[in-house]
Structures are given as structure tokens and as C-alpha cells.
Ligand binder design. Structure first.
Ligand SMILES: [Zn+2]
Length: 208
């Protein structure tokens, strides 16, 4: 209940500098030797995740949000010396999130499934994260409207970046790289713009 109350207690007031007092961490999934999934026509998840993340950052910054990124380049965040590079990478992401002390964390991924017909964007929150559920639902509803995503609500997701984050957090699977038509769409500027507008609209409703 505390989290729920907290979520609605933000007052969005844009200062003279344009900063509206809200910090969002954007987390582009995968990176470096971890490419994530690969599309049927060769799209590499880590690359398109970063492209979507940077486009969303631009939109949010221009609207007055302070945005911190976990990953700014193609490289992963793991130490080369680490035995378990996945954990090293995830721990580095959590450190950046903690330092930013954000109002919201959004992790960007692309989906993949054995059946090529699976399609659509979906949003996830960690079990018990009431604020995460609210923002996940709002972003999902917005994605349904802007992109015709088939799902209607955010879902509970078992992801490290959600489970380990104390902060309100949402993971977005933007679409399926295993679906040839969706992979093509995800690579168009038009679809990217619609996605960014949809997520931005969901964020605006949450903090508004
Ligand atoms: Zn992924």
C-alpha cells in the first residue's frame, strides 16, 4: 500500500531548466557477447534493444525527465575477468539503478518463441510490486491502442532485473523477432515511433 500511495504522491512540476523531478532508468537488455535472441531474418536483439532504448530516452528527456541508461553502447556491463558474466552484467545494472535512485525502471527486450505466429508487445512487473503493476497496465493498454498488441494487461514476470530491483520496474518485450512480419515492422522507423509514443503515453498517465 505504501508503494501505491507513493506512486500517486508525485507532483509533476516542470522547473525552469525543464526538469520535471522524475528520474527513469532505461535498461537495454543484453549486450557484448550476450546478443539475446536472433530474428528469423537476422535482427540481433541486443542491437535493436539499444535502438529502442535510445529513441525512448530522447522522447523522455525532451519532455523533462531525467533519464539514466544502464547500457549506452553495444558492450555488456560484465567484467571480462568474471567467471559468471551474466551475473556480473546483471549486478552492474543493479548498481547503476541504485545510484540513480529512480522513480521508475524500464527494461527493454525483444521476444522469441518456437511458433512463428506469436506476436505483440507485452509488459511485465514483479509479483508484489503494486506500482509496477499499475504502470505495466498503463503502458500495456497504450501499446494495445498504438500497436494493436493482443494482450490487454501487464503480467507478472520472473526476471532478475525486476526481482532484484527495489524500485518500481517494468520489463517490456517489444515484439517477437521469431515472427517474420513483426521482425520487419520492428525494424521500421514508423513502428519505432509508435512504440515510443505508446510507452511515453503510458508513463505520462502514470506520473500525470
Ligand atoms: Zn531479451
Amino acid at each position: 500500500m505504501f508503494l501505491l500511495t507513493f506512486a500517486f504522491s508525485h507532483i509533476v512540476a516542470v522547473s525552469a531548466s525543464g526538469y520535471n523531478g522524475i528520474t527513469i532508468v532505461l535498461d537495454a537488455g543484453h549486450g557484448g557477447r550476450d546478443g539475446g535472441s536472433v530474428g528469423v531474418n537476422g535482427t540481433i536483439e541486443k542491437e535493436i534493444n539499444l535502438k529502442y532504448t535510445l529513441a525512448l530516452k530522447e522522447k523522455l528527456v525532451s519532455a523533462g525527465y531525467r533519464v539514466e541508461l544502464t547500457r549506452k553502447t553495444d558492450d555488456g556491463l560484465y567484467l571480462e575477468s568474471a567467471k559468471n558474466k551474466k551475473m556480473s552484467d546483471l549486478n552492474a545494472r543493479m548498481e547503476i539503478i541504485k545510484r540513480a535512485n529512480p522513480n521508475l525502471v524500464i527494461s527493454i527486450h525483444m521476444n522469441s518463441f518456437s511458433s512463428p505466429s506469436a506476436h505483440g508487445a507485452s509488459t511485465y512487473y514483479r509479483s508484489g510490486d503494486e506500482s509496477g503493476q499499475i504502470v505495466s497496465d498503463l503502458i500495456q493498454q497504450s501499446l494495445n491502442t498504438y500497436l494493436g498488441a493482443p494482450s490487454t494487461k501487464g503480467k507478472v514476470g520472473d526476471y532478475y532485473i525486476l526481482n532484484e530491483s527495489y524500485y518500481t520496474a517494468v520489463l517490456i518485450e517489444c515484439g517477437f523477432l521469431s515472427n517474420p512480419e513483426e521482425e520487419r515492422l520492428l525494424n521500421t522507423d514508423e513502428y519505432l515511433k509508435k512504440f515510443v509514443d505508446a510507452v511515453y503515453n503510458g508513463i505520462l498517465l502514470y506520473f500525470g
